[in-house]
Design a binder for this molecule. Structure first.
Ligand SMILES: C[S@@+](CC[C@H](N)C(=O)[O-])C[C@H]1O[C@@H](n2cnc3c(N)ncnc32)[C@H](O)[C@@H]1O
Length: 247
């Protein structure tokens, strides 16, 4: 039995990594009650299809090369619907608080006095490696994981030391990223894997030493979105017999 989904508030919902079956039950219940859904670009049509046919769908996604959406404007639009009593869903890929600017949006809703609920989602930072058979904290191989944003090239690589490093938003600058890690002390022979479109029918992964991962990804034409996994655990799937189920 699911909890009630009262109107007049904004639900900040994580849509998970892509596969609609990886939505939480709470996310599905909230979507089914939605009057308006403000969604990111990476959220699939199948997930949006869980909202009622009459729900208003508003694409507030950020497109590469375009200005980021104005969060004040998005919050004001959501607040307007919530004040009229609607169940308003702010739907974000993965988990809303993992490189999702979710907290910034919540802050604006607080300022506007709008009630809210956060519905956590399964982040691609953990789901993409898992879907590729990579155990980010395999006992004996890794006791710590760092989750890093790769696109701004601002990661403090020399200070960052975890057994497993998962880099989001780094696939468009993989050469620079891997060179930066090697320059900061990672051994170029460290196993690495790039996992793209995880948990969708387009899932594709390539594994190579860190020093070669950019070239290997180019050769295999690995698509986007993708996460880079660096550490001993990235080599583990190659050690087990195949048998992963096709999506
Ligand atoms: C703006 S960040 C948002 C992350 C999201 N909040 C999360 O928790 O997964 C977008 C990045 O997430 C990663 N990503 C999202 N979905 C993915 C998927 N299905 N497979 C691989 N990487 C994914 C990529 O690194 C992409 O550049």
């Amino acid at each position: 039995m699911s909890r009630p989904v009262p109107g007049g508030r904004v639900y900040l919902v994580g849509a998970g990594p892509g596969d609609p079956e990886l939505l939480t039950l709470r996310a599905a219940a909230v979507l089914a009650a939605a009057g308006a859904v403000f969604h990111d670009r990476l959220v699939s049509g199948e997930v949006l299809g869980l909202a009622p046919a009459e729900a208003e769908l508003v694409d507030v996604g950020h497109r590469a090369g375009e200005a980021a959406p104005d969060l004040d404007l998005v919050a004001a639009e959501m607040a307007d619907r919530a004040r009229r009593g609607a169940v308003v869903v702010r739907l974000k890929g993965g988990d809303p608080f993992v490189f999702g600017r979710g907290f910034e949006e919540l802050q604006r809703l607080w300022e506007l006095g709008i009630p809210w609920e956060v519905v956590p989602g399964l982040s691609s930072a953990l789901a993409a490696p898992a879907a590729a058979g990579i155990p980010v904290t395999h006992r004996g191989a890794a006791a710590s994981v760092a989750i890093v944003a790769g696109h701004r090239r601002t990661a403090d690589w020399p200070r960052l030391r975890a057994d497993t490093t998962v880099v989001l938003m780094g696939s468009s600058c993989l050469d620079e990223l891997s060179r930066g890690m090697v320059a900061a002390g990672w051994d170029p022979s460290t196993p690495a894997a790039l996992v793209a479109a995880a948990t969708t029918p387009r899932q594709h992964q390539v594994c190579a030493p860190l020093g070669h991962i950019a070239r290997a990804a180019r050769a295999a034409a690995v698509g986007t979105p993708a996460v880079l996994v660096v550490g001993a655990v990235a080599a583990l799937p190659a050690l087990v017999p195949t048998g992963g189920v096709e999506r």
